[in-house]
Design a protein around this ligand. Structure first.
Ligand SMILES: Cc1ncc(COP(=O)(O)O)c(C=O)c1O
Length: 367
């Protein structure tokens, strides 16, 4: 019934398939920035902790009796380290974005998204009847113009701490614009928590932002944190409101108890090893900067290719060399890129070797 559509995707080199990759390939593609998904000691600690409790699965929505003491302890820990009044765990980042957008944007309000905001937020924006506007990527003036020109009750702005595809950091002026106008600012820290800031807590930490009532943080646990799930942080009355109105929290089974326990162990590991991890991040950034002569600030290295077929060929070339990288194509991005994650657990000489041979290859291809 959909063969025509699949054919069209194949013809435009936009066809994707789910693959099981060979474990021996060196992973420069996943969002496991710190390599925690390979740490068996942390896994054992989480397992032991979950095993010692009566129930090891959530069994029901948090609003019934799915809320577990492991959830509660993790939320309290997160509120404490991030300086937010309250925290709620959510099944995934996708569900968290739906929870936030679908419940916070009420009649008469306006939703303003960065044009590069994650697909989960864009999808959530289709669920509301209020006005939805996009501002130019990471451009505080463009946001300010919209806030000045439009009429609304409340404005809700959604941005990312580190943009998932471009790897660029949120423009600090966006905090200023939102704070001055008392606009609700949702920062999706899926790619910044665990890898950015003095304490590796994310972009609020990076800019040393004093948390205010208009600030909301959403972060996922399936990337640097090496587990699965997400959480939302805000002032208590907003968390209270979400608990009562967000359908993807109310009508969904509480997050996996084991995944939250694992995230808890992994966060504590990051907290104890911040200096070591930060040093590794700095080393990897320097390697990329030296080879490509750029000013790389995050572990997401984006290389513009602008040709779907060529992006796939480069990905295949890397695979033949023993490396896994991402070839990201429209509609995920406007035009095709290579996305290379400079994971800190990979030997830095291997990273250096790979990036140098990629640089050679790119130069050869453009001649
Ligand atoms: C920026 C961003 N937000 C949200 C999500 C969704 O999070 P999750 O994978 O936990 O559903 C992702 C990707 O997965 C993401 O990259």
């Amino acid at each position: 019934m959909y063969t025509k559509e699949v054919k069209a995707l194949k013809k435009s080199n936009r066809y994707r398939k789910i693959e099981l990759f060979d474990d021996s390939l060196i992973d420069f593609a996943s969002n496991d920035y710190l390599g925690l998904s390979e740490d068996k000691e942390l896994l054992s600690l989480a397992y032991k902790r979950v095993k010692s409790t009566k129930y090891h699965s959530p069994r029901a929505s948090q609003l019934v009796n799915g809320y577990h003491k492991i959830h509660k302890e993790f939320e309290e820990y997160l509120s404490d380290i991030n300086g937010f009044e309250d925290t709620i765990v959510v099944g995934s980042g996708y569900l968290a974005n739906i929870a936030l957008i679908e419940s916070l944007v009420r009649r008469g309000d306006i939703l303003i998204l960065d044009e590069d905001y994650h697909a989960s937020g864009v999808m959530a924006s289709k669920l509301i009847t209020s006005e939805v506007v996009y501002f130019s990527h990471n451009n505080a003036d463009s946001l300010k113009n919209i806030l000045d020109e439009k009429k609304y009750n409340r404005a809700i702005v959604c941005v990312e701490g580190i943009y998932s595809m471009g790897g660029d950091i949120l423009n600090q002026e966006i905090f200023t614009v939102c704070d001055k106008s008392d606009t609700l600012l949702v920062v999706d820290e899926a790619h910044s928590s665990g890898v950015l800031g003095d304490n590796l807590l994310g972009v609020y930490d990076y800019f040393n932002i004093k948390i205010k009532e208009n600030h909301i943080k959403m972060a996922t646990l399936g990337k640097a944190i090496g587990s699965y799930g997400a959480y939302i942080q805000a002032s208590s009355h907003i968390i209270d409101y979400l608990t009562n109105r967000a359908k993807s929290i109310i009508y969904s089974t509480a997050p996996s108890v084991f995944d939250i326990a694992l995230a808890d162990e992994n966060y504590k590991y990051i907290e104890k090893n911040t200096a070591l991890l930060k040093n590794k991040i700095i080393q990897n950034l320097k390697i990329a900067n030296d080879i490509f002569n750029i000013d790389q600030k995050t572990l997401i290295l984006k290389i513009n290719i602008d040709d779907n077929k060529k992006a796939i060929m480069l990905k295949e070339w890397a695979k033949n060399q023993g490396f896994l990288i991402g070839a990201i194509r429209p509609p995920t991005v406007k035009s095709s890129i290579l996305r290379i994650i400079m994971r800190t657990n990979i030997d830095k000489n291997i990273l250096k070797e790979f990036l140098s041979s990629l640089d050679d290859r790119l130069h050869r291809n453009t001649k």
